[in-house]
Ligand binder design. Structure first.
Ligand SMILES: *Cc1c(COP(=O)(O)O)cnc(C)c1O
Length: 454
């Protein structure tokens, strides 16, 4: 008998159950993404922005393979939830969305990362993908591409309101404006939008950060005034990420760009938990245990012997490691010289005969596996923990205190943010989707790999 710490998954059909069994055989860990949860998160974000008729549209940010959730399934669920825009950083992901058959009749797509010298502007313009321009090199290259393909480029002017990343600075803006105006008059550019990104909107508890966001908003508005004066007033202004979508309604403008909120997390634990914002995490990462065995007291566990078993105990192997995106920095215990230093490793929910229990990474995370100490020499037998049992690294739980770890808990253990926990997960871990048939119309369902549907 194997035990499972994961919820009992509700399969949509016998095929779904077969897909699940095949995935478990193919790999000892699975990412299970609930598309109904993704849709509901987007619905909520749309309602936070005043609903579909409010004049504020919502973009589902699906960069980086939809924060590791799977580009196409997540994009379709976002559209089902009322997003009318999709956004990706890298242009190839924007093209993948169109190639999957998500046409311009369905939604606008914006893409914003490239070097302005080598970029498939022509292909983007032909595929009705909106492009962001934030550098002088980008302006002329995009214009040349639009001329070459004989089609007006839809352009969003990126301004640096204080983030210090992409976008025109206040000093460079006059020169950029001259070019934008000329290309707009020529019909090479349609100046659709003006946009920028916020640096610290996720820290509403820190007064200096609130003031800094206020200054970014002032700068943003000053850029708008300069565009208006130049005769190319932006139709669509957008500035709000998830944090500002949730806590800065005054800057929703004509479009917001939530990413992490779509996947069900608040941007920073300083803002609370997902439930504070009526969001629900969509992804569960589960794994099936490898070797479970007895080990005597004082035994070193893993590379570097950073963790020595305090007592006679049992250990279990979780067969995924840093090559899967499990952060090595989430290892338990560390060394300072020859001294062992206590440090909480990433949490793992294990089902036992006494109910669910939370254990932690013991010793260093390896390339393909890590170990947990089950604490107690007979504990594996007493607790009924066995090789093949399903454990949960994180899911839509209530947190460690309920033995329901979340990606925020892993982020804390690894010294990072939930975003990196998701986006580091390699695609060798199968992605499986719940509720696809409930959320997607048949023509969208047909765009997904049937072997991934539960
Ligand atoms: C990633 C990103 C977003 C979304 O940010 P979240 O914090 O995930 O909501 C919005 N805009 C830009 C430019 C981004 O790069």
């Amino acid at each position: 008998m194997t035990l499972s710490a994961a919820p009992e998954w509700a399969f949509s059909s016998a095929d779904g159950e077969t897909n699940y069994r095949n995935a478990c055989e193919q790999y000892p860990a699975q990412c299970i993404v609930d598309l109904a949860v993704l849709r509901d998160n987007m619905r909520h974000l749309v309602s936070v922005c005043g609903g579909p008729e409010s004049g504020t549209a919502v973009m589902g940010v699906v960069k980086a393979d939809a924060y590791g959730h799977g580009l196409i399934p997540a994009a379709l669920a976002a559209l089902a939830g009322g997003a009318t825009w999709l956004g990706t950083a890298q242009s190839h992901e924007a093209l993948l969305l169109r190639k999957a058959g998500i046409g311009p009749d369905r939604c606008h797509i914006l893409t914003w990362v490239y070097n302005g010298v080598n970029v498939p502007f022509g292909e983007l313009i032909k595929n009705d993908i909106d492009i962001s321009i934030g550098s002088m090199a980008g302006i002329d290259l995009a214009a040349a591409a639009a001329r070459a393909v004989g089609k007006t480029a839809r352009v969003h002017v990126k301004v640096d309101s204080g983030f210090g990343r992409n976008g025109f600075t206040e000093e460079s803006f006059d020169e950029a404006l001259k070019k934008f105006v000329a290309y707009a008059h020529e019909g090479v550019f349609h100046i659709v939008g003006q946009w920028s990104h916020l640096a610290v909107a996720d820290s509403p508890d820190v007064p200096e950060f609130v003031a800094s966001t206020d200054r970014q908003i002032e700068h943003f508005n000053a850029f708008t005034a300069r565009m208006e004066k130049a005769g190319i007033a932006p139709e669509i202004r957008h500035l709000a990420n998830t944090a500002a979508t949730l806590n800065r309604p005054e800057i929703h403008f004509e479009l917001t760009r939530p990413g992490i909120g779509l996947y069900g997390y608040e941007p920073d634990p300083a803002m609370g938990t997902p439930s504070t914002w009526r969001l629900k995490p969509a992804m569960t990462l589960q794994a099936q245990l490898g070797t479970v065995k007895h080990i005597e007291a004082g035994h070193g566990i893993s590379y570097g012997r950073t963790y020595l078993t305090p007592d006679d105990t049992s250990t279990a192997i979780v067969p995924i490691g840093y090559a899967d995106g499990i952060h090595r920095s989430a290892s338990g215990f560390d060394m300072e010289g020859a001294k062992h230093v206590q440090k909480d490793g990433g949490p793992v929910r294990v089902m036992t005969s006494e109910g669910p229990k939370l254990y932690r990474v013991s010793g260093r995370v390896c390339m393909d596996q890590f170990m947990v100490d089950l604490h107690g020499s007979c504990s594996a037998d007493e607790l009924d923990v066995h090789e093949g049992d399903t454990v949960v690294l994180f899911g839509p739980g209530r947190g460690e205190q309920f033995a329901e770890p979340t990606a925020d808990d892993w982020a804390r253990a690894a010294g990072t943010i939930s975003y990196e926990i998701f986006t580091c997960l390699r695609n060798r871990i199968p992605r499986l989707y719940l509720h696809a048939a409930d959320v997607l119309p048949p023509e969208d369902l047909a765009k997904l790999d049937p072997a991934t549907l539960l």
